[in-house]
Design a protein around this ligand. Structure first.
Ligand SMILES: C[S@@+](CC[C@H](N)C(=O)[O-])C[C@H]1O[C@@H](n2cnc3c(N)ncnc32)[C@H](O)[C@@H]1O
Length: 250
């Protein structure tokens, strides 16, 4: 008996359902209520990657996996390393792919966090750099680690103020290569009114002074990026809905 190869059909259905979900404001709002409810339990802080805390919602880890596997970047730059789970996660994927390097930037790389990262076998694919992500010196150092012709992805997950994220978008956006992604984390803050803003963060940000506002500002000044409707559509139980931007131009 021959079984029909339905992979393309499955893929089309998967993509179209995700896009449709992205248009369902009522479903998004119900999920947002859940996200805010779970935030009372520090939900994004409850997970680990290879034993190291990764401060993410599971859906964002899956979405990041999807874009890394699809695009297979040579270099992934992440601003905001914290305890190291996210740099280790991305380095693990690069290890499976068989190439690539993660550059992790943080203003405060604590000795115990550096220790967790450096004793993990994936650290061979990670370079940590301490300092503010938006200083000229940092940008020059990060650039010096990017080989000519490398494909580059960026994840922005550091200071979530509008001003800082916009400065990061302007500084790191030009490094992202066509086809690759720039992920802006914690855009969910821009979806909630001030009285419901998530409080379980190192700092509290309010609508208007957060990553989604910065992303909107940046998208108005560049035509190199677009909000991927398939990835973002399904990001309802997520910290970063609307934060997955694909670079569509050289
Ligand atoms: C939300 S945590 C990062 C979480 C991490 N990406 C993960 O998934 O586990 C934010 C981090 O940004 C760092 N940070 C804050 N301001 C920064 C700045 N100006 N430049 C670089 N890193 C900064 C903080 O020290 C903190 O470790």
């Amino acid at each position: 008996m021959t079984v029909k190869d339905d992979r393309q059909e499955f893929e089309r259905h998967r993509a179209s359902q995700s896009v449709e979900l992205g248009k369902d404001k009522a479903a998004f709002d119900r999920a947002l209520d859940t996200v805010l409810d779970l935030d009372r339990y520090d939900y994004a802080y409850l997970w680990t990657w290879m034993g190291v805390p990764i401060i993410q919602m599971p859906a964002d880890v899956m979405a990041t996996q999807e874009v890394i596997w699809t695009t297979k970047p040579d270099i992934i730059i992440e601003t905001g390393v914290a305890r190291g789970g996210s740099v280790l996660f991305m380095a693990s994927l690069l290890e499976i792919i068989g190439k690539g390097h993660v550059i992790g930037v943080d203003i405060d790389i604590r000795a115990h966090n550096r220790d967790s990262i450096e004793k993990n076998p994936m650290s061979k694919r990670i370079t940590l750099i301490e300092g503010s992500s938006i200083s000229d010196e940092m940008l020059a150092t990060v650039k010096s680690y990017i080989p000519n012709g490398a494909s580059v992805m960026v994840v922005l997950d550091s200071d979530h103020s509008r001003e800082h994220v916009l400065a990061e978008l302007r500084a790191y956006g030009p490094l992202v290569t066509k086809g690759c992604y720039m992920i802006v984390a914690d855009t969910v803050i821009g979806h909630v009114d001030e009285d419901r803003t998530p409080k379980k963060r190192s700092k509290i940000w309010f609508k208007g002074d957060e990553p989604l506002s910065a992303t909107m500002d940046y998208l108005a000044e560049t035509d190199r990026f677009e909000v991927d409707p398939v990835i973002n559509g399904k990001l309802v139980l997520s910290s970063s809905p609307g934060g997955y931007l694909q670079c569509i131009k050289d």
